[in-house]
Design a protein around this ligand. Structure first.
Ligand code: BDR
Ligand code: CA
Length: 289
């Protein structure tokens, strides 16, 4: 199996993506936690907490603190600490290696697939440091963007999607590379048929199920609907055949608004549909088991 690096800003649905990957038998080589859904101190602690709850046994390294140019933007969408107020023990940031350096060292020596369910800052900085290592990326799967290709492909931050809005400069660097990029945008993940609309009972009685139940209830109470953006993106890296894609060249404007000029031959593709049965059996059921 190809080696995987996971980049997250955990985040309730990033946590669900980690749970989904584990339940599909996928353990990343290491995880990079960067700022996004909350400040780095929170997203790092949240990611370490989830990785240890899942007994992943892989290292978690802190990535970027703030976007490349903009200040950190904080919305409280996922609760005060980014994780539906679910609090894991504090983890100091200063006794571990930096995730961007770790990605550089890994890609210098080996080939990796990368899944990114966060803003693209850590990856943007990585390729600013060294563009050559892109040759060792097998492919990159990103949750991000809103392309107007379906009725729900509208932004959730004005016309932009949060991950790209948070750091458009980083996104421009990443989409300027010559690598295969699969994008899971709001055009798919905001499809109302995919949203969790009511609490789902979990049959297992363990800490992961308790976490899934509690955080889902939190999101439903706070927002009415709960969209599984990041697990859908993680699943696209596992089983792309479950999705329908449009191919084309992706561009990012200064406000983080994404667009795609459709062309059959392209390194970029965006998902616009997922097989509904596989969505239920391979994503929802796997998370809420
Ligand atoms: C994306 O933004 C974050 O809030 C979620 O974790 C997801 O990655 C959706 O726009
Ligand atoms: Ca995320």
């Amino acid at each position: 199996m190809d080696k995987i690096i996971l980049v997250v800003d955990t985040g309730v649905d990033d946590a669900m993506a980690m749970i989904l990957l584990k339940r599909h038998g996928i353990i990343p080589e290491f995880i990079v936690a960067q700022s996004g859904n909350s400040v780095l101190e929170n997203t790092y602690r949240n990611t370490v907490g989830i990785a240890s709850m899942l007994e992943l046994g892989c290292p978690v390294y802190p990535g970027s603190y703030t976007p490349i140019i903009k200040p950190h933007y904080y919305e409280d969408y996922h609760g005060k600490n980014g994780l539906a107020c679910y609090k894991f023990p504090d983890k100091p940031l200063n006794n571990t290696h930096n995730g961007i350096v770790k990605m550089y060292e890994a890609l210098k020596h080996g080939k990796y697939r990368i899944i990114c369910t966060s803003p693209l800052t850590s990856l943007g900085i990585l390729f600013r440091l060294n563009r050559d290592i892109q040759r060792n990326i097998i492919d990159l799967t990103i949750m991000g963007g809103a392309f107007g290709k379906t009725p729900w492909g509208k932004g959730n931050m004005g016309d932009a999607e949060f991950n790209i809005f948070y750091d458009p400069e980083a996104a421009k660097i990443v989409f300027g590379l010559d690598i295969k990029i699969t994008v899971i945008p709001l055009d798919l993940t905001m499809n109302p048929e995919l949203a969790i609309k009511q609490a789902i009972s979990v049959s297992n009685n363990n800490s992961v199920s308790a976490f899934v139940k509690k955080t889902t209830e939190f999101m439903l109470q706070k927002h009415g609907n709960y969209e599984l953006h990041d697990p859908i993106a993680a699943y696209a890296a596992i089983n792309p055949d479950a999705f329908e894609f449009l191919n084309g060249k992706i561009s990012i404007d200064d406000n983080g608004v994404t667009s795609m000029e459709q062309k059959e031959e392209s390194l970029h593709r965006i998902a616009v549909q997922i097989n509904p049965d596989l969505y239920q059996s391979e994503i929802v059921k796997m998370i809420y088991q």
